[in-house]
Design a protein around this ligand. Structure first.
Ligand code: GLU
Ligand code: ZN
Length: 294
């Protein structure tokens, strides 16, 4: 019986196949959900349609299935949720928190800081000129206590600035989309790679403005390669070898600090999962980035 409160999710972008870094994130979020008798959803982060690779979604699902992940309900797609993003946007507009920004990348690159200088803050919403939509940042300290990474705090105005919620090309930005998705599904804990740790305060900020509950956050260490680079699809990381699934699953468990017994490697995939679900302890997940060990 799933517990009536835990809801977790795995939200890959269908921009390429499952690589080692994605596998680790999937394993961590899956085990955390199963250990808590919760539900685990798979959601395709395809809001950025320009980056989608044809067939990558089914390839990812096939790999997850082959590794023995069992997700709850139907897989959802952000491209089917655009109306919900629009409603959330309108809610923010009605609070006078949204402004159109016509600054080009080139102009912004000339400013010293990475933080948006507020140039268009007082511009009225105009239909005719190509623009992105930004949310007004405010002098709030957003604090959260990450399950793995500990206490974090970020001042939205000083450390983040007015950020984009709808892009110049008309696509909704990841930050807004993901917050709406998590609210719609009633996600209670977000388990994902630490590359998104820095996005979390922006997401919590949006949740507060939209009156959504804030889930717990649990950021997993990132898998990096021998040169210290993040293993990522954009970095051209290789697809996981699906004929090595037992070894790769055990490697992911060890990467996440779960000390798999040596003879587990002789077990079949179902027995490895049984061991993992029974013995998973999020307290063992290390904070630091680790070198990939396979
Ligand atoms: N789609 C994002 C990624 O692949 C994850 C988004 C999230 O978990 O919030 O890195
Ligand atoms: Zn601007």
């Amino acid at each position: 019986m799933p517990s009536d409160n835990y809801k977790g999710r795995f939200a890959p972008s269908p921009t390429g196949p499952v690589h080692y870094g994605t596998l680790v994130a999937a394993v961590g979020s899956y085990l955390q959900a199963r250990k808590n008798n919760g539900e685990w959803f798979v959601r395709m982060d395809d809001v950025d349609t320009l980056r989608i690779v044809d067939g990558a979604d089914s390839d990812i699902l096939h790999t997850l299935d082959h590794f023995g992940f069992k997700w709850d309900g139907e897989v959802t797609y952000q491209t089917q949720q655009v109306d919900s993003y629009q409603q959330a946007l309108e809610k923010l507009v009605s609070q006078s928190l949204v402004f159109p920004c016509t600054c080009s990348r080139k102009i912004l690159a000339k400013t010293d800081s990475k933080i948006y200088p507020g140039t268009c803050r007082h511009r009225a919403l105009a239909e005719n000129e190509e623009h992105a939509l930004r949310i007004l940042s405010q002098n709030f300290d957003i604090k959260f206590d990450d399950v793995v990474m500990g206490k974090r705090s970020q001042n939205i105005e000083r450390q983040c600035g007015d950020f984009i919620i709808k892009r110049r090309d008309g696509l909704f930005a990841y930050q807004l989309a993901i917050v709406v998705d998590d609210a719609i599904q009633g996600i209670t804990e977000v388990v994902r790679g630490a590359d998104l740790l820095d996005s979390t305060p922006r997401q919590i900020y949006l949740q507060r403005l939209l009156n959504y509950p804030t889930p717990r956050y649990c950021h997993l260490p990132l898998a990096i390669d021998d040169l210290g680079n993040k293993i990522s699809k954009s970095g051209g990381a290789a697809k996981v070898e699906t004929n090595d699934r037992e070894k790769l699953l055990i490697s992911s468990l060890n990467f996440l600090g779960q000390k798999a017994p040596d003879d587990l490697v002789k077990s079949n995939i179902n027995d490895i999962w049984s061991w993992a679900i029974k013995n998973w302890n999020v307290k063992y997940v290390p904070e630091a980035m680790n070198i990939k060990h396979i």
